[in-house]
Design a protein around this ligand. Structure first.
Ligand code: PRT
Length: 115
């Protein structure tokens, strides 16, 4: 695509593929990359976008519009990945947290958080 940096090759995990593309945009031209523009605007702006996209997803869920919920969910995941990259977190860091919770009821896990 004219003006676009190439996508990072696919590795089988869509979130990791997108994350790799996002990382590759660090230091890219904010005029041609939305991700580079977000990084240049800083953590507060990235966090704000995550909040906005989450609210938009919730609105579409409450409206019962599945197509728009899917679209807003993709926006939310993209912006969340940018937030992770900005914070130095990787998808593997989050997957590791999820793995520690596997097989544990959410109710049990919440009790342990308070302990
Ligand atoms: N998945 C996405 C993705 N989802 C949403 N968006 C962009 O997020 C923006 C959301 O628009 P908004 O008006 O809400 O936000 P904004 O432009 O920051 O405006 P303000 O909040 O400041 O008003 C749009 O420009 C969307 O295109 C995305 N931009 C990029 N990606 C992925 O990231 C890759 C790299 O993109 P670039 O960094 O642009 O090359 C792309 O190939 C995609 O795979």
């Amino acid at each position: 695509m004219p003006g676009k940096s190439p996508m990072v090759p696919k590795g089988g995990d869509p979130l990791k593929d997108l994350y790799a593309t996002i990382l590759a945009r660090k230091g890219a031209d904010p005029e041609t990359s939305h991700t580079a523009r977000l990084f240049s605007r800083g953590t507060a702006k990235i966090a704000q976008k995550v909040g906005e996209e989450a609210v938009e997803a919730v609105i579409e869920a409450m409206r019962g519009d599945r197509d728009k919920l899917a679209s807003e969910s993709a926006d939310l995941l993209y912006h969340l990945l940018v937030l992770w990259a900005d914070a130095g977190l990787t998808p593997d860091d989050i997957y590791a947290v999820l793995a520690t919770r596997q097989g544990i009821s959410g109710i049990e896990e919440k009790k342990n958080r308070k302990a």
